[in-house]
Design a protein around this ligand. Structure first.
Ligand code: MN
Ligand code: MN
Length: 327
């Protein structure tokens, strides 16, 4: 690892988009600089921050691409943020780094720069879709491996075009990339999802942390995780274990509310687990539930809900804000 290279990096607790988009964008930027990728003096280098998920490992292995190195701290480095912006989900030390570019599809956060930068943020389902479009725009040909990784990112973020965050642009990008990569997109997606929901050998804390993000509203701290599965029975088993874990966790974690989406990708629903004082009441209000499916006050059935970003966070945040004001 060399200090003079520009870091291309996704968010903490990386998902497939954060890893694959970092690799693809570093490749694109190196091509743009007129450098052969893999050359010693290439300028941009993809990094990860934290452990890579089994789903991402499946994609990297399939296309025989190595894992990016881990970046502990970005202090003093030049950084390109992909699949996130702001400091909340970012690598440590980003406040003391120089952010030179951002390519993202999330709400605008807190990144501060001293100079104008290239900041691309679009309402699409996946960062890799934007990078695919940049490859076309700049007329840079896409190698099979990079196409495969970008396609994996789109499949992952849009749950194979099923998520409400998925746009026509994501679908076009995903299908074209699948063509370039030479994969059958349905078969590949199922294999990747299966790999991603293989929790064998993981303890419950690791499973809980797979895709867990924390948020703050005033003094209120809450977190929302998501576990996606293609197997109904496995999802049920995990639900029971996770509920027990969440009830223990909240005693000491400092979080006021802990939420977990247990998402069934095939049948297109999520069971929403809610632990903490008023967490259930807040959820009932946020999602306009008038008929409950489960008796226990820690679990809500949400039909057609697959996207945390679009179908959970805005609804939850608006109720929590309102409550925070009246506290
Ligand atoms: Mn992401
Ligand atoms: Mn993404």
């Amino acid at each position: 690892m060399s200090e003079d290279k520009i870091v291309v990096i996704g968010h903490k607790n990386p998902d497939t988009d954060s890893i694959c988009s970092a690799i693809a964008y570093a490749y694109l930027k190196n091509c743009e600089s007129g450098l052969e990728p893999c050359e010693e003096d290439y300028k941009y280098e993809a990094y990860k921050v934290g452990t890579i998920s089994p789903e991402t490992i499946f994609a990297l292995d399939y296309f025989q691409v190595g894992e990016p190195n881990n970046l502990e701290n970005a202090k003093g480095r030049m950084v390109v943020q992909v699949d996130h912006n702001g400091y909340e989900q970012a690598v440590d030390g980003l406040q003391d780094a120089i952010v030179v570019e951002i390519v993202d599809h999330h709400k605008i956060g807190t990144t501060i720069t001293n100079e104008p930068i290239f900041f691309l943020n679009r309402k699409v389902g996946c960062t890799a879709t934007l990078i695919y479009e940049m490859f076309l725009e700049k007329e840079i040909s896409i190698p099979i491996t990079i196409a495969g990784l970008m396609c994996s990112a789109i499949i992952s973020d849009t749950l194979l075009f099923r998520s409400p965050t998925c746009t026509d642009r994501d679908k076009i990008a995903g299908l074209n990339l699948a063509d370039i990569a030479g994969i059958n997109v349905d078969e590949y997606a199922m294999a990747m999802f299966r790999a991603g929901s293989d929790f064998n050998g993981k303890n419950i804390e690791e499973i809980f942390s797979t895709d867990y993000k924390t948020f703050n509203i005033g003094n209120l701290e809450y977190g929302v995780g998501q576990i996606s599965c293609v197997d109904k029975e496995e999802l049920e088993t995990l639900t029971v274990k996770l509920l027990a874990y969440m009830k223990e966790r909240i005693k000491n974690s400092g979080e006021n509310m802990i939420f977990m989406m247990m998402t069934n990708i095939i049948d297109e629903y999520s069971d929403f687990l809610c632990i903490g004082k008023n967490a259930y009441e807040v959820s009932i209000e946020a999602f306009n539930i008038d008929e409950v499916l489960y008796d226990s006050k820690d679990r809500i059935y949400l039909k057609g809900v697959l996207s945390r970003k679009k179908q959970i966070i805005p609804q939850l945040t608006s109720v929590l804000r309102k409550r925070a004001m009246t506290l």
